[in-house]
Design a protein around this ligand. Sequence first.
Ligand SMILES: C[S@@+](CC[C@H](N)C(=O)[O-])C[C@H]1O[C@@H](n2cnc3c(N)ncnc32)[C@H](O)[C@@H]1O
Length: 319
Amino acid sequence: MNAHSASGHEHGHGHGHGHGHHGTDIDWETMATELENKADLQLPVSRETAARLRKLLGAGSTGSGTAVRRILDIGSGPGVMSCVFAETFADAEVVAVDGTPALLDRALARAERLGLGGRVVVRHAELPEGLTGDDGHGEGGLGTADLVWSSKAVHHLGDQQGTLDALAGVLRPGGVLAVAEGGVPMRFLPRDIGIGAPGIQARFDAAQESWFTAMRSELPGSIAVIEDWPAMLGRAGLTGVGSFTSFLDLPAPLDDAARAFLYAHLTRVRETVSESLDAEDRRTLDVLLDPEDAAGILRRPDAFLLFGTTVSTGVRPRR
Ligand SMILES: C[S@@+](CC[C@H](N)C(=O)[O-])C[C@H]1O[C@@H](n2cnc3c(N)ncnc32)[C@H](O)[C@@H]1O
């Protein structure tokens, strides 16, 4: 899929929101297939995450648990997690919220395919304006929810703390805000791959980390903040804050779907950061992206896929 920085962020390249001046703006629509493929690979982990959030909410238990009736998936992309939530919380309506209509179309098509059509709805909203109702589309705010989920979207907004404050503000008492941000960077190659200088993955990470920093600094209203997500949730007024990390671990040899994802990922690396790599690393990247080469990512036997997704959570006090 898209370039994936050392901090577990996701980004691409294009002209979507038009905020970048140095190749850090993002065309989300062109990333639709990559986003959905990656989320498909991650499905087992996402189902575990949903089950964990269900436990945190006490949903399904008798007594003090929160009845989960409405869930917001903020920056849903193609809605893979929205559908997982609709499966996990059988009584809930799930609202997939995103600024890219083509991705919301995918979310609707997916929900239809999975027989969840009635319970997954979509809302086109440009954030952060869309959180408060002043989104320029005249569509109003997002309403309240028992669970607000946002995966790898908050870091695309200038004011991350302000966004969390707004998301915490739409929670019903006892509701949970869960944000997937940070985590453990993706690994998919051995240290020495037999071409070029060993350790290329770390150099990809370093180049992508610089790209990410430039991307954030160019966002409208960009504010630097220490990215301690549980502490930020606490400042948003939530209690019981904490985090957990789940790993996707696909050992070699990879199947075609995982290889196709890595091919798309490396294509993004070439598009976004190849200028920051030296000539030898650029040559290595070309070999990895050669579909005919036995050392290419589509064919080499040693490629694997390992990464960790960290989810930070907090609960709105009942008062
Ligand atoms: C990296 S993708 C994450 C998609 C999905 N949540 C996932 O984890 O796979 C970021 C998503 O946020 C959306 N997005 C980014 N900036 C946005 C903004 N300012 N307003 C609304 N949506 C935005 C993009 O359209 C994209 O679908």
